[in-house]
Design a protein around this ligand. Structure first.
Ligand SMILES: Nc1ncnc2c1ncn2[C@@H]1O[C@H](COP(=O)(O)OP(=O)(O)OP(=O)(O)O)[C@@H](O)[C@H]1O
Ligand SMILES: [Mg+2]
Length: 362
């Protein structure tokens, strides 16, 4: 499908990538807002001297350090390697080999399995993954290329350990690449807001990281997108779906299946309301604080966004809803809101149904 809108966000990210790397950037936002699609579009539009490495950790199961290495590095044709393998220094040979294979956008670092195996050997600092990447980025810069490392769905690495937590080594590496050596731009994306909160309050990253919010579109921008996509009843779709790309495409998909726009949005709310019911009946059933956790959602009967003391209250009792992707918490702006308009509608509907009082929650 044609890529739409996002001029503002594209300008901001391109400006970041055209300067000297100085801090690590975290791209965050509600689920399905279009973070990954935006990144992919930017890669296409960047000039040819960029060397982008985009790794998406959701595509592979990452539990152990070995999985992380496999996600980053792809074993490749050994015969081509023979030309390089005669060099005395394995890492130098691997670098030359890697440089020959690089495209503008790379989805992994391709290396012969023999070299990849070296990364698993304990105690060989020079053959450490991060050391290799640092040398590779340095070589690319020497050749006047602009390396960019993009790690999508970074929260998948949360529990991976190698001696200590891998994320802590990774952050040290990313800070080294940006603030210290300025060799490589580093962008990390995630839609897990509790993870972003951890990052935001991580003392090691303080002053060394910045945050780019890729949010659902506001009304004006959403209406333009609706027009491009041939949506007829803009007010209806805005009221139910809002500016979340994933959900706008959901409406189109129902339309292709023969639903009217009203039927499509109603069905989408029904599904989300079903999910809420399930969470309440099964996931909350054995929890002691069941009533209090459920009560938190009532705040969103009246309003879409909570800030200040009210946000604190939601956070205190309502992390369950954040974890379950019902609520979105933005630690940078200090606000909490439903993950999207569909779920917001579903929350209001469920509470209204429970109270049996239509007037209490429109
Ligand atoms: N600007 C856009 N133009 C057209 N389609 C888009 C745009 N942005 C996102 N989409 C589409 O919307 C859907 C959701 O986008 P995407 O997967 O990029 O969201 P995300 O924020 O990365 O989601 P997640 O929270 O799951 O990581 C995808 O099908 C994507 O192709
Ligand atoms: Mg994504």
């Amino acid at each position: 499908m044609k890529f739409l809108d996002r001029e503002k966000e594209k300008r901001e990210l391109k400006a970041i990538l055209s300067g000297e790397p100085d801090v690590v950037y975290f791209v965050y936002g509600p689920i399905n807002s279009g973070k990954t699609a935006l990144l992919m579009q930017i890669f296409e539009e960047l000039p040819e001297d960029y060397r982008i490495f985009y790794i998406n950790f959701r595509r592979v199961e990452t539990r152990k350090y070995e999985d992380f290495v496999r996600a980053m590095f792809q074993p490749r044709d050994e015969s081509f390697w023979e030309k390089f393998a005669k060099r005395v220094d394995l890492i130098k040979a691997a670098l030359e080999y890697a440089e020959k294979l690089l495209e503008k956008v790379n989805f992994r670092f391709e290396l012969p399995s023999r070299v990849i195996r070296e990364f698993f050997k304990p105690g060989e600092k020079e053959r450490d993954v991060f050391r290799y990447l640092e040398i590779l980025m340095g070589e690319l810069v020497k050749k006047e290329k602009k390396p960019v490392l993009v790690l999508d769905e970074l929260q998948m690495l949360r529990d991976v350990k190698k001696n200590g937590y891998l994320l802590s080594d990774l952050f040290n590496f990313l800070i080294g690449m940006t603030k210290e050596t300025h060799l490589c731009h580093c962008l990390c994306a995630t839609s897990d807001c509790l993870f972003i909160e951890k990052i935001y309050s991580n003392a090691r990253l303080e002053g060394r990281a910045r945050y780019v919010l890729v949010d659902d579109l506001d009304r004006e921008r959403a209406y333009k997108v609706y027009e491009e996509l041939g949506i007829e009843d803009k007010e209806l779709v805005w009221n139910y779906v809002g500016g979340k790309f994933g959900d706008i495409l959901g409406v189109l998909s129902y339309k292709r299946r023969g639903y009217s726009e009203r039927e499509a949005v109603e069905e989408m709310v029904r599904i989300e309301a079903g999910r809420l019911k399930h969470l309440k009946l099964f996931r909350l059933a054995d929890t002691e604080m069941r009533e209090e956790i459920w009560e938190v959602l009532k705040i969103f009967c009246e309003k879409e966004v909570c800030r200040g003391k009210e946000a604190e209250k939601v956070l205190k009792k309502g992390t369950f809803w954040i974890r379950e992707n019902v609520l979105f918490y933005d630690p940078v702006r200090g606000e909490v809101r439903p993950q999207g308009r569909i779920i917001w509608k579903a929350i209001k509907r469920e509470i209204r149904e429970e109270e049996g009082n239509v007037a209490s929650c429109a």
